[in-house]
Design a protein around this ligand. Sequence first.
Ligand SMILES: Nc1nc2c(ncn2[C@@H]2O[C@H](COP(=O)(O)OP(=O)(O)OP(=O)(O)O)[C@@H](O)[C@H]2O)c(=O)[nH]1
Length: 718
Amino acid sequence: MQPVDEGWQYRWGDSPLMPDGTPQWIVQDEPGQWHDIGFPSNPPGRAGREHAWFRVTLPEGEWFSPMLYIYSVDIIVQAWFQGELLYQYGTFDEQGRGRFEGWPWHEIPLPENYEGETVYFRVFSNYTDIGLWGEVAILDHPDLVLHLVSRSAKSLVIATICGLIALLALIFASIQRGPMGFASIALFSLVTGTMLVAETPASLLIAYQPLLWDYLAAGSYFLVPVTLALLLQQWLAHHSPAVLGWLWKFHLGFAVLALLASLSGLINLSSAFLVFDGLLLVSLVLLVGSAALRFRVLYREQQILLVTCGLFAVLLIADMAVAHGFLPWGWLVPASWGALAFALAVVSISVWHFSRTQQALQQMTVQLEQKVAERTARAEALAEREAARSRLLTLESRKSQKLADLISGIQDCAVLEEAFELLARALPGLYMPMAGSFYRRRPDGSYERVATWGPAAETAFPASLDRGLPSLTETTLPLRSQALSDPLCFLLRVEPGLTGGSPEGVLLLAHPRLPESLKGYGTVRVVAWVYQSVEKLGITLSGLALREELQRFSYEDGLTGLKNRRHFDELFRHEQEVSRRSGRSLSLLMLDIDHFKRFNDTYGHEAGDEALKMLSRVLARHFRGSDTVCRYGGEEFAVLLPGATSAEATERAEALRRAVASEPAGEGGAVPEHLTVSVGVACWPESCTEFGDLFRAADRALYRAKHAGRNRVAAAEA
Ligand SMILES: Nc1nc2c(ncn2[C@@H]2O[C@H](COP(=O)(O)OP(=O)(O)OP(=O)(O)O)[C@@H](O)[C@H]2O)c(=O)[nH]1
């Protein structure tokens, strides 16, 4: 590559044309009009002029297919060589003016023997700069292609990386919940990448559309502050200065308007660059400056981002300064590297931030799942408890029904013994599934097991509780589940007590086996129910006992404990019926204490009562089994002897009479003097054919015994 950087001359204005259209200045040499210039660009003293001519004598060189390479021209150009138009870029009108058509590099093929010949450049520019720009050199075509590619390589690599970053950011934006952060990175990278590709000289090798590439470059360049402001706005979040919002909206508006205006021919795109660069300078200062004011309150990653953004802004400004000639062309400002570094910094911080957010999210999810699991477990436990409670309630109501049936069964019982038999049969069903045993009080005060159910150890429920009762702890209300004895012990009290207040029954129960969820509350409830059921059974049994006692009193003689006349009358009727059906004989003894009035009068009424009791004992001793002894009234007694003949009855009456007479009296005896009795004996069917006559026959026989001198037995005559 042979630079053409010497021997340049310029001349302001446009050349008049000769009749054949050839510019006059390339034919008539007017050396005084041409002035030397170091590089064919922006000659001094422009004063608003839009036309300039440049010329140079081409140096010698060894080339196969030499090309004159220019990068580039403001704004349109014609190249004249040996009186011929060698090259033209843009359209010149009659006034020699034209429109901006892009800033491509130019490749002008040189004819053979070009060395030492002068080439003239006719330039029109309504832009700030006029003339050639960048590089002017001679080289072979393949070398030019290589040169362009090598000049573009860096930008293309960076643009590719930017494209990849944009793609990655877009993917992240689509999977993240707040996509704006990554979307703004994608936009920035996309804009930067597009700008780099569009600005790179190699782009024209892909498609020789200078204006299209320039529009793309302009559009993406104009959008740089938009994406920068958006990025910072996203990143600084609530620390973001309000000016950022204004800036990106303003620049977006500018980009749209500038492109539309130049596309529609209202303005030249080149002039929009000038305005934009001014605006960009101000915007960058505002952008970075306003964010830097909050530098101290920012997080570390925000600070790093801001610093890289500041560096990028400085590089952009430096690049602008080179483009506008404030800094020399040779200064290669690494603005594209700056953009890449900025994009990479943003991406790395974003990815780091993203992964941190993901970690936090994961932690939150784990915590949330834990909470949900805990709540579910609690809800399940509650549901389980509710189900167990409802099962318990159902069981309780079923048991309550059983208890009610048992109570009504007990009420139907005639005597307490029958009720206890019923109880022993019914208790297992009532208290299952709790294992247990029921003990009944024996006359000697010990307790005998009468029912046992469920799997239970012999030690917990022994066959009898001889001396065990005092060591048992009675389960009483109020209940505390932790203070419950094992086994549970309930005392069945039947009042009026048959044996003076000791419980009639003892119920031992194993602890109820309840689900864990119900244990505390359920145990207390179940045990309270058992306690109440035992109380109810006790009350019912007490009622029965009272009834039985009352009944006994109504058939018993209170003084002697013998059956009374009422009982005698009922029994007598019953025995008559039995004898009538079976034909079995029935004897009746009527006996009366002799001279009892005198005894009473002599020793007092109390002694008379003692005498009556003594006689009762003798009678009870004397008659057992099917015989029935009754106090018929006063000092009169009746004895029924079912199955006894008249002779047998008389014999037994005689034995009785003797026994009474020989009862000890005086000191050491129950009575102060000996008593005697007179006895009348009658027998069916020997004494009478009708049962109705039996009593009268016995009474008459008694009368006869009395009459015959007392202390004797008289049998009724047939
Ligand atoms: N201490 C006492 N005396 C009674 C009781 N029931 C009846 N008597 C007395 O028994 C006596 C019966 O007397 P009477 O019927 O005249 O006959 P008696 O004196 O035994 O003479 P005889 O029967 O003819 O031998 C009366 O004095 C009654 O007061 C009682 O429950 N206790």
